[in-house]
Design a protein around this ligand. Structure first.
Ligand code: SF4
Length: 66
């Protein structure tokens, strides 16, 4: 299994992750920080999760083996 994690200390609410993968991420209403909607994406969603992690300007997203 693969785990998708967000480091909220690094997130600055830039929103590229939501733009890249709206099914995997949302932003909270208060500060716009990332909310991971699918913390264990299946194989079909992992490429998109990886693209979103690459798109984050603050390197706040990691995709790693569980
Ligand atoms: S792209 Fe990065 S900084 Fe922007 S909301 Fe997503 S996790 Fe946060």
């Amino acid at each position: 299994m693969v785990r998708l994690r967000a480091d909220l200390d690094r997130c600055r609410g830039a929103g590229q992750c939501v733009f890249t993968a709206p099914d995997l991420f949302d932003q909270d209403d208060a500060a716009g920080l990332v909310v991971v909607l699918d913390p264990a994406p299946g194989p079909d969603r992992q490429p998109l999760a990886a693209r979103a992690a690459d798109a984050c300007p603050n390197r706040a997203l990691t995709l790693s083996p569980d």
